[in-house]
Design a protein around this ligand. Structure first.
Ligand code: NAD
Length: 586
């Protein structure tokens, strides 16, 4: 078996750690290296990652390291890495250490990138089998995954936006049909009930449903569809939030609902359809039977998987026809059915970004998230207070923090996520630590909040450094024609220069870890994206990095959308003094 398909952990270090170390003792030469060390291990915490024994973190086969030997080597390199050195990681394997400087990133990562003509699953799988590459997904290979808590706010925001546009502001009395209760998709039932709605969700893997119930993301599980429909209807009629996971293949279940004449208010799906072989399950098999078929005959598995996706998409289209609001939730099921089965009508329902997220991207807003390296929940609660004190006028944000405190369980290192953007806000008289490289009045929302956290770390109110990171799904960091950049106003959907510029600029601005990946949520050849981390350790160095990176990062989101001609982005650029050269000569 190639090393990269190892199913059992061979690393003594991982066995001993089983998650990120916590507390204030360092196992490395400094907090920036320590953050990388803790984040890598946080991804592989059994509470956080989906299958850490095989290095799989989430999203089909998204891995944190290429093999267990590569994991051990990364850990060793991080332990000896100096404050003026940079480690290079190529598709999950450490390949070099160079002398750089303090302001430079400590770790640079490139995952799953292939040259255009070779940029497809077939070639990727050949290289993967040879042990030359791994699938980095988005936050798996960049060590930024924080469990289902990472996606919950994005899912909550998407549904809240949908509810404002299509219903009366929330989902009370509305039913949402979906599927896929994995690492990311598992956030859906809770996001629906947080918006006061009712969620009916299919997953073929009973253990995945149970995991969501155990962690408070889903309320009940059943094998009986009629019972699930009855409870769903009853809850919707009484306006009670409710969620049920049905142990079933999604295509079979959606078709059965069509036959029964059940039309949900909203229909979507988050199975790992981006990967027909290792992500999606064909109809007619249990998980164990399908896993055996995959081993025995991957080509047959792929064909049956794609046939099931066609039925799945047809059922969504039929439900849309009958009145449901349908959208694809970023798993490329439409792209798979169009490309592999020549069905252009697969795109007759929209993706979630053009439908609900793009206006936020135009303002540079995206999923800003942070983790307490101490492992102390109280450190995150202090940051919750800080963000609501800084932005009391943002009702949705304040409500989100309250809901998250009540309903979202921490997984691994305590973490929080909320959408913040560029938008230069008048800075209240809040103490901020460190020398600032920009005028205080020009700080972006993200920079202002990061600097406030830096001050709380410096003063000791927060017990150890906080690391700030984000999803690759952000305003200026992704090119993905079937998802984040679907249907751009100027048809620039497939232009991948933007995420590369974003990564290069964030290196120049001093981010501590920077990565560029191919594939992500929509599969090899379908997306290029980047992310970054900044460690807030209370020092002047951290303040300088944070003030710069949290300006450049959301700023690329504003210019990317301004360049594409979105008025909201052009207005944001004017309001926030973002320089958009040649804007009048487009
Ligand atoms: P995952 O691999 O952890 O989970 C996928 C789940 O789908 C598993 O529980 C699996 O049992 C189930 N499943 C697969 N095929 C099925 C079928 N035919 N019927 C019923 N259940 C089936 O993946 P994840 O991290 O939850 O991500 C899911 C998808 O969403 C991926 O394609 C991912 O790339 C995409 N994604 C979207 C976003 C977003 O912002 N919308 C974010 C992250 C991931």
């Amino acid at each position: 078996m190639p090393e990269n398909r190892q199913r059992d952990a061979t690393s003594e270090t991982w066995r001993a750690l089983q998650g990120a170390p916590t507390g204030t003792d360092l196992r490395t030469e400094g907090w920036r290296q320590e953050a990388a060390f803790r984040l890598l291990n946080n991804n592989l915490d059994p509470e956080v990652g989906e299958e850490p024994e095989s290095l799989v973190v989430y999203g089909g086969t998204g891995r944190a390291a290429r093999s267990w030997d590569a994991y051990d080597a990364i850990v060793e390199e991080l332990q000896s890495l100096g404050d003026e050195e940079t480690l290079l990681v190529q598709s999950g394997k450490p390949v070099g250490v160079f002398r750089t400087h303090e302001m430079a990133p400590r770790v640079l990562i490139a995952n799953s990138n292939l040259v255009g003509n070779w940029d497809n699953w077939e070639h990727f799988h050949e290289l993967e089998a040879e042990g030359l590459m791994m699938y980095g997904q988005m936050t798996a290979g960049s060590w930024a995954y924080i469990g289902t808590q990472g996606i919950i706010q994005g899912t909550y925001e998407t549904l809240a936006e949908l509810a404002s546009e299509r219903f009366d502001g929330d989902l009370r009395g509305r039913t949402v049909l979906t599927a896929g209760l994995g690492g990311m998709g598992g956030a859906q039932p809770l996001a629906v009930t947080m918006n006061k709605g009712v969620c009916l969700a299919a997953d073929i893997d009973r253990e995945r449903i149970q995991r969501r119930i155990d962690t408070g993301y889903c309320q009940e599980m059943t094998d009986d569809l009629d019972e699930a429909v009855m409870r769903t209807r009853k809850a919707a009629e009484s306006g009670e939030p409710y969620s049920v996971g049905v142990h079933a293949n999604a295509a079979d279940m959606y078709e059965a609902l069509v036959e029964r004449g059940f039309v949900p208010d909203v229909v979507t799906d988050q199975t790992s359809a981006h990967d027909a072989i290792e992500g999606y399950y064909p109809s007619g098999y249990t998980v164990e039977e399908a896993d055996a078929l995959r081993e025995r005959d991957p080509e047959r598995y792929r064909e049956e998987s794609l046939d099931t996706m066609v039925r799945h998409v047809d059922a969504i289209l039929e439900l849309q026809e009958r009145g449901a609001v349908a959208f694809e939730y970023g798993n490329n099921i439409r792209g798979q059915v169009e490309a592999e089965r020549d069905r252009e009508d697969a795109f007759d329902f929209p993706g979630f970004v053009p439908a609900y997220i793009r206006p936020m991207f135009c303002r540079g807003q995206g999923p800003f998230r942070w983790l307490a390296l101490s492992g102390e929940e109280s450190d995150i609660y202090r940051t919750d207070e800080a963000v609501t004190e800084l932005f009391p006028e943002k009702d949705r944000l304040v409500r989100w923090i309250e809901l998250a405190q009540e309903q979202v369980e921490f997984q691994g290192l305590p973490a929080r996520v909320c959408w913040l953007g560029y938008e230069t806000t008048p800075v209240p008289e809040t103490p901020l630590a460190g020398d600032l490289p920009v005028d205080r009045e020009e700080l972006t929302e993200r920079a202002l909040f990061a600097l406030r956290i830096n001050q709380l770390v410096e003063s000791g109110e927060i017990t150890a450094p906080i690391v700030v990171t984000r999803d690759h799904l952000d305003a200026g960091s992704v090119a993905s024609p079937n998802r984040e950049t679907e249907n751009m106003r100027d048809d620039s959907d497939a232009v991948a220069d933007w995420p590369i510029l974003n990564a290069l600029l964030n290196c120049a601005a001093g981010a501590d870890i920077v990565s560029v990946h191919d594939g992500g949520g929509v599969g090899i050849g379908n997306a290029v994206h980047s992310n970054n981390h900044v460690v807030l350790d209370g020092t002047d160095l951290a303040a300088e990095k944070a003030a710069r990176v949290f300006t450049t990062d959301p700023g690329t989101g504003v210019i990317r959308h301004a360049d594409a001609g979105y008025d909201v982005a052009l207005d944001e650029a004017d309001r926030s003094n973002v320089d958009v050269p040649m804007r009048d000569r487009r």
